[in-house]
Design a protein. Structure first.
Length: 124
């Protein structure tokens, strides 16, 4: 069974994004603009995945695109939206894991794993 101690705090991420937006970005974009940016960044992830694993062929302009960087763009703008909406992502993460654990218990034909002891950076 997962406990609160099993979850990383995302508060430093939320504070870092907030500090950057305040200091460098000079303020938050409107929530709808950030929603559009989230869709844009998700599309950039999709573009890379389509060319890497799908039937699309990369164009010369696709050279240098970084999946890692685009995934962080998604996380970054999601944190900004969470900040604007007053969402504690640490608590939201815990609740999300609880939801998935309950919903998917037995879904894949194996006993549901209820701890993170087997999770490492190698098998994540
Ligand atoms: Mg991007």
């Amino acid at each position: 069974m997962l406990t609160t101690d099993d979850f990383p705090t995302l508060a430093p991420l939320q504070r870092l994004v907030d500090s950057w937006i305040s200091a460098t970005g000079k303020g938050y974009f409107s929530p709808l603009t950030n929603m559009a940016i989230l869709a844009e960044e998700t599309g950039e992830v999709a573009r890379i995945m389509a060319r890497r694993h799908g039937d699309q062929v990369a164009k010369p302009s696709d050279t240098g695109a970084s999946l890692a960087d685009e995934l962080v763009d998604v996380i970054w703008v999601a944190a900004a939206i969470a900040n604007q909406e007053g969402i504690d992502l640490t608590e939201a993460l815990r609740l999300n894991f609880d939801k998935k654990t309950r919903r998917d218990a037995g879904r894949f034909g194996l006993p549901a794993k209820t701890d993170t002891e087997t999770l490492t950076t190698k098998n994540l």
